[in-house]
Each structure stands twice: as C-alpha cells, then as structure tokens.
Design a protein around this ligand. Structure first.
Ligand code: FES
Length: 618
C-alpha cells in the first residue's frame, strides 16, 4: 500500500485494515470510534478500484464522497495493491499535553534511601559474616534491614573490590544494591501519568523532592483504538494484542525516561523507583494483565490494590533493582488517576465538601471530605475530545479553542494559524455564547434566521448557513481556514454536546444525592485534566455542565493526577493514603440508579439565561 502525499509504501498482509497499514507506515489515523465505522473521521481517498464498500461506509458517506473515492480507513481491508491518499484532517496530531498541576507540598520521604558505609574488614577478632557486617552498620538508621537475595550472591565480591567502602541503596527495609564509593547525592525516580491519549513523565530528585524535568508523548496505543473500549477490543480480537499494547506502552515510558535522564545527565542506573497512575485499563496493559473483564458488564477489574513489581520484569530501562509502584484503582472505570487526583487535592483531609471532576470521554467525578468520599464515572462520549462533531478535532494546532460573541464572532485558534476545526473547549464556548445571545434556545435548538429578533446585529444574520436542511452557524469563514471551507457549528453538534454535558451534569447530581448535598452547596469544584483546564467557567455554568456556584469557587488544578503520581514517588506514607482512598471511596454505578436516567433527561436542557447577569447582544 502506498500512502500519499507521504509517498510511503508498506507491505501489508491481506486482511489488514488501512488504519493498521498506515500505522506500519508511521502515519497515525484518527479513530475516535475505535474503528467501529460510526464516527466517519478516518476518511481516506482510495485511488482506482478498491475493495467492496461495507454497510458502515454506505451509511456514513454521501454519494458525492463515494464518487470521489472516499473510504473509511477502518473499514477497508487490504486485498490488492493500493494507493491511498490521507487528508490532513484524518491524521492524528499531537495533542497539547498538560504537564503542570497545582502543587501540593508534601514531606519528602521517599521509599529509597542511600547510606555511605565504611565497614571494618573481617579480622581475627571480628569474624562476623559479610551480611551481618553490613546489617550492623545500618543499625540505628533502619530497623530489621534485610538483603535482597540476588545482592547477597554478589556481596563478597563488591565489598572486597571496594575495600569495604560502599553505598547501600535501601528500598523500604531491604538493601537492594551496593554501589562503589559515595553516591548518596544521586537518588532519582520517575513518576508517570498514563492517559489514554498522552503519557507524561517527571524526573524527580529523591534527595530533595524537586522536579528535574518533564517530558510527554502521545500514547502509542492510539494505533490500536482511541479509547479504552477500542483497546480492550483489540486485545480480544488479536492473539498478541495485549502483548503489543504492553510493549508499545513500555517503549514509550522508556523513551521518556531516556529523554529525561539524558537532559539531566544522569545514568539510567541512578533511577531507583518509578510510580505510575492511569485509568484502570492503562494500568492493566502496563502490567500486561488482561483487561477484558473491564470491557464487559459488570465491568470489574482484575486488581484494585496498589502493585509493586520489579521494573526490570516489565522491561523498564532503569536500575535493575528499581521498583515500579502502580497506585490502586477504585473500579473498572475509576482508575488510579482518580485516586491520584484525590491525593494531590487533599480531599481526604478536607473539612469542606470538595467536588473534583476530570472531564474526558469518561468523566470521573469524586466528591468528599475528611469523613467520606463518593465517586462515579460517566460515559460522556467523545464530543469533548472533538469526535462526532462535524469539524471536531483534538486540542491541537488549528483548533478553535475559545469563542466570544461581541461585535462579531471572535475565536482563538491554538497555534495562532488558520482554523482547521473545533476542539471540545471551543465547542463548549460556541454553544454557551450562542445560547447567551439567544441563537440557541433552552432545548438546544438553533433558531431559524427569521426567528432572530428585528434588532439582531447584521453579523449574526451573516453567520447563518444551512447543513442537512437545518440552520448552522459559521464560526470562522472560509477565508480564515486552512482548507478554505468555513468552520461551522451544526444542529447535530449542539445535540452531541448536550448528550455529553448531560452525562457529566447528571453524574454530578447522582454523586451529590449520594453524599446528601445539593450541587449548589458544594464548597469547591476542582477541574482536573487537559479539557477541564482549557474551558471557561462561565461557559461551563451557562450550559449547565457545572453547578451554578460563584466562579471563585471553581478552580483549575491542572494535571492533578500527574501531581499525585509524583507525591506517591516522594512520600511513601502518601501511598498508604492512596490505598485508604481506594478502599474508603464508595463507587456508585450510574447505570443501576433510577434517578440517573431522570436527571440525565433533565440535564439535556440548557439553564435559563438571566438577562441581568448575562446580557445578550442588543
Ligand atoms: S469510522 Fe473509522 S474510526 Fe470511526
């Protein structure tokens, strides 16, 4: 298969999809629906005759598309030599990765310590064994210290080579390594937040608790599906599927570790511990544990508690004795990333009720204080990530990320260049602003142009167009876009947003009901994660995504999960707190709650606009 305009050719076995073949050529195609043939985002053009059309393609493509050779890459199985052109909008672009979060200072108390020891060599009046000699030297520093068995075998050689002057590396109560000379100033660890789309890693000086660097990558598992359901399906449908997902993820972590250690100029062998957080499926694939049970009702995970495993067993390129600590999860769809959010935002120690929300394809919601914590996961669908939206795209260069309606429709474009489409935060803003000025009504309908009030400004009239016989609004005209086609907000886009925001808002209500407070009584709302960090609070309240509380009580906490992973690396006692969060937090399954369905329907509506505080355009 030859891909254009790249000019890359690959040999693909018969039966390979074009998405997979493109992956072989190093081209990542967007697959928001995980290759189900429902989102229509993996459009490519097949030159000449191609394999027969699937039913999904016939449903998703127009006659015009078909006559132009447009196909869905996830639905086309290679059965001949092919030349395939991949448009820019079909390609997966690197997402803006949020690597900062609100810092929560903890006492630096890592699980790894080093002690420089000058042992007395054996003598006729000191016949202690090598091991006893070593353990005795640490008495008073660490109680009941033990020696890792592989180290014991090497002990005599190392001690004598170094003339009994060595640095002991101690993990918990175990000596795991002996190093030549005094290396006590060099103790490093790496913490990871493994998201479905992006992976972020931080290099931490465990002597001081300070961050020495941050690096991020697109999660290479996106080749196998955009969301966790797609990845789970991949493991079920491919004999080596789990192995592939695991290896690609470990390769990605190794790549990040290498970048971080190289730029800090420290050897890989000085990284003694790694911590990781992520959704439950990511944690399973990292550990090469079959995640299938998470993908089928009743959606249970294989493990819940934290896991400690030698990093080398998984293939991580760090000190051979380094430990990997994966934080505990709560349920199949509430992972250690949510535990890490609760840890870094100190919910378990709070007097007031805190509501923390991480919005993505799955919105994870956790509410609590020092007495109690409740969590749920709501299937918001991929609209906030730009999928199923006519010109939706991820938050990357060319995406409309903000919309303001004043004397014209103003937009902010990520990267500052011409617009290519709209990402989740832009969509939310566009709907909120058009709701404010009355173009979208309470039920979510875009009113027709002749329903605009007589005094509506000219630019609003000019923004009208039609898509599929329904009114649509031009956000950026063709003159301001890369393709020359305008970026539109269609009626269907508004409906998709309503579905997504209703899922989150109803999830918030259910958690509040369970907790016994009304959404308006929540003391503080914390928005975590990439999407949460880019939205406008006023817009989120205006469309009813967030409770109507003063904006000053809504805070952005950035990548709080990433901060939580670092806290767990620097503070071994915090790992116990994380375990308590996992064990104590009550998980509510929304699908089983009668009130959720009613709330979900109610939350589809947009709140009334208060003309006093939300002046429409006059
Ligand atoms: S239609 Fe192909 S990935 Fe969605």
């Amino acid at each position: 298969v030859t891909f254009q305009p790249d000019g890359q050719s690959v040999f693909a076995l018969e039966g390979t999809t074009l998405v997979e073949a493109a992956g072989q050529a190093g081209i990542v195609i967007n697959t928001p629906c995980g290759g189900q043939g429902t989102c229509g985002k993996c459009r490519v053009v097949v030159k000449g005759d191609g394999p027969a059309m699937s039913r999904a393609e016939e449903n998703a493509l127009s006659q015009k598309d078909i006559s132009e050779g447009v196909r869905l890459a996830c639905q086309v199985y290679v059965d001949r030599d092919m030349v395939v052109s991949i448009p820019e909008n079909t390609r997966f672009f690197e997402q803006v990765v949020l690597t900062e979060g609100r810092e929560h200072r903890v006492h630096n108390q890592p699980n790894i310590k080093k002690e420089f020891l000058e042992l007395p060599p054996p003598a006729s009046d000191d016949l202690r064994s090598d091991a006893d000699r070593l353990i005795a030297a640490l008495e008073g520093t660490i109680d009941k210290v033990e020696i890792d068995f592989p180290l014991l075998k090497n002990l005599p050689g190392i001690l004598r080579e170094e003339n009994f002057k060595v640095t002991a590396v101690i993990e918990g109560k175990e000596i795991v390594a002996l190093e030549k000379g005094d290396t006590t100033n060099s103790i490093w660890g790496v913490s990871f937040d493994i998201g479905t789309t992006t992976v972020a890693g931080a290099l931490i000086n465990l002597k001081t608790g300070e961050k020495a660097g941050v690096a991020s990558r697109t999660n290479p598992q996106v080749h196998f599906g955009d969301d966790v359901v797609g990845r789970i399906r991949y493991t079920e449908e491919h004999r080596n599927g789990l192995k592939e997902l695991h290896h690609r993820l470990v390769e990605c972590l190794n790549d990040i570790i290498l970048e971080l250690t190289a730029s800090a100029q420290i050897p890989l062998s000085r990284v003694y511990e790694v911590t990781a957080v992520g959704n439950t499926t990511m944690a399973h694939t990292l550990l090469a544990i079959d995640p299938s049970s998470i993908g089928h009702a009743p959606y249970v995970s294989v493990f819940r508690d934290s896991i400690d495993v030698k990093a080398r067993v998984l293939g991580l390129d760090v000190n051979p004795f380094a430990n990997l600590h994966v934080l505990p999860n709560i349920a199949g769809f509430v992972g250690s990333d949510t535990v890490a959010v609760a840890l870094s935002t100190a919910i378990p120690g709070s007097d007031e009720v805190i509501l923390a929300i991480d919005i993505g394809t799955n919105g994870e919601i956790i509410m609590g204080n020092k007495d109690r914590m409740v969590t749920c996961s709501c299937a918001a669908g991929p609209a906030f990530e730009g999928a199923r939206i006519r010109q939706g795209m991820r938050a990357t260069d060319g995406a409309i990320s903000k919309v303001l309606v004043n004397e014209e429709i103003e937009t902010s474009i990520i990267g500052g260049g011409p617009a290519r489409g709209i990402c989740g935060s832009g969509l939310l803003d566009a709907v909120a602003e058009l709701r404010r000025v009355g173009i979208i009504n309470k039920t979510g309908k875009i009113i027709s142009q002749d329903q605009l009030p007589d005094n509506a400004p000219e630019f609003l009239h000019e923004a009208y167009t039609t898509v599929d016989g329904q009114p649509a609004i031009i956000l950026v005209p063709g003159s301001g876009t890369k393709s020359g086609d305008p970026v539109l907000l269609t009626q269907k886009d508004v409906r998709e947003l309503q579905l997504a925001k209703a899922a989150i808002a109803a999830g918030i209500k259910s958690v509040c009901n369970e907790f016994g407070v009304s959404p308006e009584e929540v003391g503080c709302v914390l928005l975590a994660g990439g999407f949460g960090n880019f939205i406008r609070r006023s817009s989120a309240k205006r469309i009813g995504l967030l409770p109507d509380i003063p904006s000053s009580q809504i805070e952005f906490v950035g990548n709080a999960a990433f901060v939580g992973a670092r806290i767990a690396l620097c503070c071994k006692n915090c790992r116990e707190t994380a375990r308590r969060i996992s064990q104590k937090t009550e998980y509510i399954e929304l699908a089983g709650r009668p009130d959720f369905q009613t709330d979900y329907m109610d939350c589809m509506m947009f709140p009334e606009i208060d003309p006093e505080s939300e002046p429409a355009i006059k």
